[in-house]
Design a protein around this ligand. Structure first.
Ligand code: SF4
Ligand code: SF4
Length: 430
């Protein structure tokens, strides 16, 4: 096994292949505080890519109600349990000395799926990736436990729910998921046919259908269970990141060849999603670029965090954690950066609030933003998670977004204008 550097873990780790990086990396930020589980994203993906025979249970995009829901069922708790068994009591972080560049969340001291696999000796020697194959039953119900809450006493007459921040006593939240186009993909590491590859131009992870023989090792090795098997073709398939849109080659929508966000992102009703490409330097690290909205949210402000970074695949999907959920649960899911992220999101400063306005303001991928300062329009009292009272100042700034070619493609203000439609033109509008 090779040694590769995983910035999300703040250390090197074992991986079956040598370290190698694309020029740009497909990435996204989801704001879980805003998802309404309308499943528009899920259906946009389903109606674009996986509507054919044999793909009935392929939900490349899904939205599950946490903590009970999951597709396939219990995908995360099962793997967390396996890792705990492999390294009892050792799956912990040292967050005492975070380094913004090399390890912004501190250092993970436990075992990743690649490291834990070495303790499992099969007939061919140590395994390369720790994982499991979900059962047919676990694949059967894509939205099981929708809206099921946790954490309350529901005995008759003894309801003790509360919606007081910082933590609700009765809680759930929606977790939208797709392939993370990981830097060190578990699916790729597990494939004995070398049928899975990561594109050097944008980091998108694809399965070569002509090489795949349907051994399902990728299904087993993907910790997020986003590689899926198709029975009638005997091959595995996964999210293709709508690559014609990312390449700027969709003739219907890509103006002058400018990259456009994927279908699931572009349709998002709750405006929780922003997708883009981050530039990777020659040294394999994210090239510092605080003018890129994604770089700003993930690396500069650390308000968006990777999903289960401890699995070790360096996923490129990042989440602004939900404010009301018990911290222990969030720490396990998003790592030790949770408190800082929620603190910033609870009372965003002028610049962060500006960047948050860009979510779903435009379907072209934004490579750069700029803020034009406007007048102060309000002061809002805010109670912080630690109980401290603060005053948030609101300014009517204008936020401008630019596409790959530096062309302005969106301009929004913090104070959204109210537009009155003439009554005579829209007599039957509601
Ligand atoms: S479209 Fe957006 S708001 Fe609706 S379920 Fe998907 S991520 Fe959530
Ligand atoms: S999320 Fe799973 S399928 Fe996607 S790249 Fe990572 S390991 Fe592979």
């Amino acid at each position: 096994m090779s040694q590769v550097y995983n910035w999300q873990l703040g250390r090197t780790m074992h991986y079956p292949y040598e370290e190698k990086h694309p020029q740009w990396q497909f990435a996204f930020v989801f704001n879980t505080n805003r998802c309404i589980a309308c499943q528009t994203c899920t259906m946009a993906c389903k109606s674009t890519w996986t509507f054919s025979r044999g793909q009935e249970s392929m939900w490349w995009n899904n939205v599950e109600s946490k903590p009970h829901g999951g597709y396939p069922r219990s995908w995360d708790s099962k793997l967390l349990g396996m890792l705990e068994t492999a390294n009892p009591g050792g799956q912990a972080w040292d967050a005492t000395a975070p380094d913004p560049a090399a390890g912004p969340y501190g250092q993970f001291k436990g075992k990743t799926i690649f490291e834990a696999a070495q303790t499992r000796i099969g007939p061919e020697g140590p395994q390369t990736v720790m994982g499991y194959l979900p059962t047919e039953d676990e694949w059967r119900s894509p939205n099981i436990h929708e809206d099921s809450a946790a954490g309350s006493n529901f005995a008759p007459g003894k309801f003790d729910g509360s919606s007081q921040l910082p933590e609700h006593r009765v809680w759930f939240f929606y977790l939208a998921r797709l392939c993370n186009h990981c830097t060190y993909p578990g699916c790729l590491g597990a494939c004995p046919r070398q049928a899975i590859y990561k594109r050097p131009e944008d980091g998108i992870v694809l399965i070569d259908q002509t090489r795949c023989r349907g051994y399902r090792r990728c299904v087993e090795g993907c910790p997020y269970k986003k590689a899926m098997y198709r029975g009638n073709t005997h091959t595995s398939e996964k999210c293709v990141a709508c690559y014609p849109r990312i390449e700027g080659k969709d003739p219907e929508i890509c103006e002058d060849g400018a990259p456009v966000e994927t279908r699931c992102m572009a349709v998002c009703v709750g405006k929780i999603r922003m997708q883009g490409l981050v530039e990777i330097g020659e040294d394999g690290k994210w090239a510092p670029n605080p003018e890129s909205p994604l770089y700003y949210l993930i690396r500069e402000r650390q308000v968006a965090l990777p999903l289960y970074p401890q699995f070790g695949t360096e996923p490129n999907g990042f989440y602004i954690p939900p404010r009301w959920v018990p911290r222990g649960y969030l720490h396990q899911m998003f790592g030790p950066g949770v408190d800082r992220a929620i603190e910033q999101y609870s009372c965003p400063d002028r610049e962060l609030l500006g960047v948050l306005q860009l979510f779903r303001a435009q379907r072209q991928i934004l490579f750069k933003f700029q803020i034009e300062k406007g007048p102060k329009i309000a002061e809002i009292p805010v109670r912080m998670p630690n109980g401290e009272e603060r005053v948030q100042e609101l300014f009517n700034d204008t936020i401008i977004g630019y596409n790959k070619f530096g062309k302005e493609v969106v301009r929004v203000t913090v104070d959204e204008p109210i537009i009155h439609r003439p009554a005579e033109k829209h007599a039957n509008a509601i």
